[in-house]
Unconditional design. Structure first.
Length: 173
């Protein structure tokens, strides 16, 4: 009740005294209204919306340490694979090493998880061989990740259950 009364008193004071004045209440609260700054700041890279960034355009490269997902003694070698990843309407369609993979995905805050993976030969007229690219995409779809760095043309993910990262990039061909 006290908060509602205080808010009402502040609003009443602002409305009756005008927006360009300063008002002091109880000698320790100062409310100042002034002119609005017309210089709008551009959102920084860290402020990009995760879902919008993923779905805005196709991804052309995935970089990961594939051995971290399927080896008892993994190496520390990161490798990039040429792919085409398209996130649309809750479904990811991926073309990698002349294979087509697809899965439903779910985004929650900066976490992404996949389900119902399908895997079949590429049905595009042209396919681009990139050894182990289909395996890299499969490991990406078979796990859950948290986006740790979101930029317009690059997103880095940390695997939930593996000590490794996966990076998606958009590059001009």
């Amino acid at each position: 009740m006290k908060k509602t009364y205080a808010i009402s008193l502040i609003l009443f004071t602002l409305l009756t005294t005008g927006c360009d004045n300063s008002t002091t209440l109880n000698d320790d609260t100062v409310i100042t209204a002034g002119s609005q700054n017309s210089d709008l700041e551009i959102l920084g890279e860290e402020d990009l919306d995760f879902k919008q960034t993923l779905t805005s355009d196709k991804w052309t490269k995935i970089t990961m340490n594939l051995s971290k997902f399927n080896s008892i003694n993994p190496s520390y070698f990161q490798k990039s694979y040429l792919v085409e990843l398209d996130f649309k309407d809750g479904k990811l369609t991926a073309y990698a090493d002349c294979q087509k993979l697809s899965a439903r995905y779910k985004i929650s805050d900066k976490d992404i998880s996949f389900s119902k993976i399908t895997y079949k030969a590429d049905d595009k007229a042209f396919c681009q061989p990139s050894e182990d690219a289909d395996q890299a995409v499969y490991e990406f779809l078979n796990n859950s990740f948290e986006a740790t760095n979101i930029e317009k043309d690059e997103v880095t993910f940390k695997a939930d259950y593996f000590d490794t990262e996966v990076t998606l990039k958009r590059e001009e061909n």
